[in-house]
Design a protein around this ligand. Structure first.
Ligand code: TTP
Ligand code: MG
Length: 386
C-alpha cells in the first residue's frame, strides 16, 4: 500500500532531565529529578534512570524523593530548555517546511512528498534522529505513519531513543493491542468509563458497534471508533501559519455544492477582513476549510500576490480555492482563515501618509467591502470609470 501522507512525530526523551545531564556530565546515567525541592512542588520530569522507581511528571516532589531517595534533584532552568528547543526546532525545519510544534520538545513534521529527498519513512526518521543528536547531543524518539494520531502513538512506542514506523496496512494491528487511554481525547476519566463498558484496548473500541458507542458516549463515541481504525484526517498546521485570523460557521443545515457554499464564504471573508483591520494586520495566506457532514475536515490554501485586509480579495481567492474541493458531499461547516500575517496596510502606509492618503485607503477598504457584498461591479473609483 502506498502512503497517502507521511507524518512524523518527534518527542525528546526526558527533555529537561536530558538537558541537565548534557550540561553536567556527572549526572549522566544517574536518576535525575527536575523540579523545585519545595514541599508543595511537583516533578516536571525525571530521567529514564529514575523512572523504574515510579517517578514521573506531575508527581508531588516529596513522593518522588521518597520513591527514589538516591535521585539528584535539579531546579529547572527554563531559559536553557527554550534555547535547546530552538535548536531542535531548527533541525526539524531543515527536514520539512511543514512543522507544527506542540510544546518545547515535540513536533509533527509533514514529510509527504519528501521520499525522493530523504528516502523511505524509516530512513527519514533515522536522519532526523541523527541530525537532532548532532545538533544538540540529545536523543529524540520518532514515529512515522500516515496520520497524526498514529505517528504520535508510534513515537511513544519504544521510548527512549525510539524509532517506530507504522505503514498504513499495519495501523490496525499496531493500534488494537494498545490500551484505550492511548486514544486521543481519552483522559483518565474517560478511560475509566470505557473500562466500565468493557472496552480496555483500542481493538475493543474498533470492534464495538458505532451505534453502541454513540449511545454510551455521545459524539465522542464515533470519534473514538474512527481513531481506533487509524482514521484521523487532521493536517499538520505549520507554525508559521498557526497565527491566523479566521471565521467559520457550523451550518444549521448541511449544504451541498458550490452555489450553496458561496454565501457562507462571503460572510466569512467579510468577518475575517473586519478582524484583520481591527487587529491592524494584513494577510498573504488564505485558507478555506470545509467540514463534511461526517466530520472530515478538508482545507485548501493559497498565497496572495500582496498582503490584504479587505473582504473582496479574500473572497475571490476563497472562490478559486473552492473550485479545488470535491463538492459532492454535504458540508456542515464553512470557514476562511487568513494567515502569514504582517503589518497592516494602514500601519505600513499611514505612518508616512498624510490625511488625504489615509482617507483614500479607508475609502478603498470601504469600496472593497461593498464589492464583497454586492459584486465586483457595485462600485468603481472615479479613475476606473469609462
Ligand atoms: P514530555 O515530552 O511529556 O516528557 P519528557 O520529555 O520529560 O519525557 P518523555 O521521554 O516521556 O517524552 O514533556 C516535555 C517536558 O515538559 C518535560 O521534560 C518537562 C515538561 N513537563 C512539565 O513541566 N510538566 C509536566 O507535567 C509534563 C508532562 C512535562
Ligand atoms: Mg518528551
Amino acid at each position: 500500500m502506498t502512503w497517502p501522507r507521511i507524518i512524523v512525530h518527534a518527542d525528546m526523551d526526558a527533555f529537561y532531565a536530558s538537558v541537565e545531564q548534557l550540561d553536567r556530565p556527572e549526572l549522566r546515567g544517574k536518576p535525575v529529578i527536575v523540579g523545585f525541592p519545595g514541599a508543595r512542588s511537583v516533578v516536571t520530569t525525571a530521567s529514564y534512570e529514575a523512572r523504574p522507581f515510579g517517578v514521573g511528571s506531575a508527581m508531588p516532589m516529596a513522593q518522588a524523593m521518597r520513591r527514589c531517595p538516591t535521585a539528584v534533584v535539579i531546579e529547572p532552568r527554563f531559559r536553557r530548555y527554550q534555547e535547546v528547543s530552538r535548536q531542535v526546532m531548527d533541525v526539524f525545519a531543515r527536514f520539512s517546511p511543514r512543522v507544527e510544534a506542540l510544546s518545547l520538545d515535540e513536533a509533527f513534521l509533514d514529510m509527504t512528498g519528501s521520499d525522493g529527498l530523504f528516502g523511505s519513512p524509516e530512513e527519514m526518521c533515522r536522519r532526523i534522529k541523527a541530525a537532532v543528536r548532532e545538533a544538540t547531543g540529545l536523543a529524540v524518539s520518532v514515529g512515522a505513519s500516515s496520520t497524526k494520531f498514529v505517528a504520535k502513538v508510534a513515537s511513544d512506542h519504544r521510548k527512549p531513543d525510539g524509532l517506530t514506523v507504522v505503514p498504513p496496512e499495519e495501523v490496525a494491528a499496531f493500534l488494537h493491542p494498545q490500551r484505550v487511554g492511548r486514544l486521543w481525547g481519552v483522559g483518565p476519566k474517560a478511560e475509566e468509563r470505557l473500562h466500565r463498558l468493557g472496552l480496555r484496548t483500542i481493538g475493543d473500541v474498533a470492534n464495538a458497534s458505532r451505534s453502541f458507542l454513540e449511545a454510551e458516549l455521545g459524539s465522542l463515541g464515533p470519534h473514538l471508533h474512527r481513531l481506533a481504525w487509524g482514521d484521523d484526517p487532521r493536517e499538520v498546521v505549520p507554525d508559521r501559519e498557526a497565527k491566523s485570523i479566521g471565521a467559520e460557521v457550523t451550518l444549521e443545515k448541511d449544504v451541498v455544492g458550490a452555489a450553496a457554499i458561496r454565501p457562507h464564504l462571503l460572510a466569512a471573508a467579510d468577518k475575517v477582513a473586519m478582524r484583520l483591520r481591527k487587529s491592524g494586520v494584513c494577510a498573504r495566506g488564505v485558507r478555506v476549510k470545509l467540514k463534511t457532514a461526517d466530520f472530515h475536515l478538508h482545507t485548501r490554501q493559497s498565497t496572495l500576490p500582496r498582503p490584504v485586509d479587505a473582504a473582496q480579495p479574500l473572497y475571490e481567492s476563497a472562490l478559486r480555492l473552492l473550485a479545488e474541493f470535491p463538492l459532492d458531499q454535504p458540508m456542515r461547516l464553512v470557514g476562511i482563515a487568513a494567515f502569514e500575517l504582517g503589518p497592516g496596510a494602514s500601519a505600513q502606509g499611514d505612518l508616512f501618509a498624510g490625511p488625504v492618503e489615509r482617507r483614500q485607503s479607508a475609502l478603498d477598504r470601504a469600496m472593497d467591502d461593498v464589492r464583497a457584498r454586492f459584486g465586483a461591479g457595485a462600485v468603481r473609483r472615479a479613475s476606473e470609470l469609462p
